[in-house]
Design a protein around this ligand. Structure first.
Ligand SMILES: [Zn+2]
Length: 363
């Protein structure tokens, strides 16, 4: 049987074993009071005599164990050994890393701030980036590119095929040209591998027209992706068109006792989510990067199909978009995932092996 945990938080808060989710005996989504060791069905209470003393002693020992975990996870040993996947703390945006070798990672998106992207990769010890994938050209995914390029060997930048918004495209092109980095476009069907990490590109797929949700009182209809891209823009750089053209990766990481699967989803919204699910019914993954910063607009069927053990929401504290939506947190938890969010947990790193998958957090 596989095991998840412990959740290790080496940050300044003395809350090293906080868990979240719908696990029996543990606090629900958003709870701040959980403790994976002290909570649960063995919580002391209402017992007397020797039993109570024993339980108190046990609780004290367990507290020491938790503190040891806390100390072992100090930033001096960051990242944890055998780290697999990191979600950087870059504010409102996405910046992800997949470990492909010593000091080497495939980076997916860069967040909005070069300094934060650089800081995250520096903490992870990443000096080489054989491939930087940009899921789409919104600022919260590409403006950190100079931070990834800073002092690192970056071999290739791969992007979506949707050149929108144009400002993002021209900036990325200029940065890549200046750094003499080759560029390419991702397309469904592509399979790549670096070290223990391999993946299939599931999206964008030019051959698929994403279904558009039925309008109130109307029938469901379909239209081409180009038309979907032309949907009205939201606030700032939150237009649905580019979001729905995000590069989506189904990743497999070989570990000592089996594969760990991840689904990285960019900012896809329900039309693309449904189209991907229709084309790829087997989306099961251990780890889900929740689409679009935990926006309220999600297809519940996608979460049910992925059925992750760990769901990570990359989101900025106090953002003006209302991300993450409580119902999306509930949706992820309802799929029996433990939910982590960068605005509260900081940098989130998945490490270990398939049989003992663990999550560490660093604020
Ligand atoms: Zn975004």
């Amino acid at each position: 049987m596989t095991e998840i945990g412990p959740w290790i938080s080496p940050g300044p808060e003395p809350d090293p074993m906080r868990r979240r989710g719908n696990d029996p005996g543990r606090p629900g989504p958003g709870s701040r009071g959980g403790d994976g060791f002290r909570g649960g069905p063995n919580r002391p209470g209402g017992r007397g005599g020797v039993g109570a003393v024993t339980i108190i002693l046990l609780a004290a020992l367990i507290s020491i164990a938790a503190v040891l975990f806390f100390i072992r996870s100090r930033p001096a040993i960051w990242p944890p050994q055998n780290w697999i996947f990191a979600v950087c703390d870059v504010g409102q945006g996405d910046a992800l890393a997949l470990a492909v070798g010593p000091g080497e990672a495939v980076v997916v998106d860069t967040g909005p701030d070069p300094a934060k992207a650089d800081h995250c990769l520096t903490l992870l010890g990443v000096r080489k980036v054989p491939l930087l994938i940009l899921t789409h050209f919104h600022a919260d995914h590409v403006d950190g590119v100079p931070g990834v390029l800073k002092g690192r060997v970056v071999t290739e930048i791969e992007t979506t095929d949707d050149p929108d918004p144009p400002r993002g495209v021209s900036e990325v092109t200029a940065w890549a040209d200046a750094a003499h980095v080759a560029t390419s476009m991702a397309a469904a069907g592509e399979h790549r591998q670096f070290g223990p990490v391999s993946w299939d590109v599931l999206w964008p797929d030019p051959s698929v027209s994403p279904p558009i949700p039925p309008e109130p009182g109307g029938k469901s209809r379909r239209r081409g992706r180009r038309q979907a891209r032309a949907s009205p823009k939201g606030r700032g750089e939150e237009g649905s068109g580019p979001n729905n053209s995000s590069v989506v990766l189904q990743v497999t990481v070989a570990t000592r006792d089996g594969p760990v699967r991840l689904l990285l989803t960019g900012d896809i919204e329900p039309p693309s989510q449904a189209a991907i699910l229709a084309a790829h019914p087997d989306l099961a993954a251990d780890v889900l990067k929740v689409p679009h910063h935990g926006s309220a607009h999600q297809d519940p069927d996608l979460f049910a199909a992925v059925h992750p053990r760990v769901a990570v929401i990359s989101v900025g504290k106090g953002n003006t978009y209302g991300h993450p939506a409580p119902r999306t947190i509930a949706l992820a938890s309802g799929a029996e995932a433990r939910v982590f969010r960068t605005d509260e947990d900081g940098q989130v790193v998945v490490f270990g092996t398939a049989g003992r998958l663990q999550v560490a957090m660093r604020r």
